[in-house]
Design a protein around this ligand. Structure first.
Ligand SMILES: [Zn+2]
Length: 230
């Protein structure tokens, strides 16, 4: 798909992207800028769910998803979980899920049903029976040494991002981002690229192993930005 991005916006993109922390060299040099949950634990923000959140809950329920609405919580350092749910059962066992903002949960479920499963059937003639993730909510900063990393909270700190690590097919075959993205087996490459392409139509930021070294082992999807697919 084509993204129309004006040049100034393009230059700003690395600053806007909500990266994932797997390592993150250089951050130790700036302890004062580290983002972490406050020691005393999160503060629950008691307020009624917004109309958008209630609408999202209704749509999730209509889609046959079992979920638990979570209270809004402020973890400090800008980490704030608002309008999140816990996915209890959406039809596919998935590891690593924690709090996830409802609109992201909706898109994630739709992606597994209408992109991941069809792609697995086309490419392998099988269903996906399990998804592995590196999680959703995590109070942390954006990876790296640049200005973007200077104290900016990751979309994970807002429960607005999910990292996808791999899939298990019905015959037990495991397809991971680490081994599959540039696999010798053409089917793995095709499957992962098909579902990546579909993700770019569903999530507003999509990062693959092609984006940078920090993403060699997962897809990062989040609902920030206006359409970045790499
Ligand atoms: Zn991520």
């Amino acid at each position: 798909m084509v993204f129309r991005v004006r040049l100034p916006a393009l230059l700003a993109l690395p600053l806007m992207l909500a990266g994932c922390v797997f390592g993150g060299g250089g951050e130790e040099d700036r302890p004062q800028q580290r983002i972490r949950p406050r020691a005393g634990g999160p503060v629950t923000v008691r307020r009624p769910a917004t109309a958008d959140t209630l609408q999202c809950h209704a749509e999730l329920a209509q889609a046959g998803v079992r979920f638990t609405p979570l209270p809004d919580q402020d973890f400090g350092s800008g980490c704030l979980v608002e309008g999140a749910v816990r996915l209890d059962d959406y039809g596919l066992p998935t590891s690593g899920l924690k709090a996830i903002r409802c609109p992201l949960a909706q898109r994630f479920v739709a992606w597994t049903r209408y992109a991941v499963q069809p792609a697995a059937r086309i490419v392998y003639g099988q269903a996906v029976v399990r998804i592995e993730t590196y999680g959703t909510f995590s109070c942390r900063g954006i990876v790296g040494n640049g200005p973007a990393a200077s104290g900016r909270v990751s979309q994970h700190g807002l429960a607005n991002a999910i990292d996808i690590a791999g899939f298990t097919l019905s015959d037990g075959r495991r397809v991971t981002l680490t081994d599959g993205w540039n696999s010798q087996d053409e089917r793995d490459r095709r499957f992962l690229r098909l579902i990546h392409e579909s993700a770019c139509k569903r999530f507003t930021t999509v990062l693959s192993p092609d984006y940078n070294a920090a993403h060699y082992n997962h897809f990062h999807f989040d609902m920030s930005g206006r359409g970045f697919c790499r």
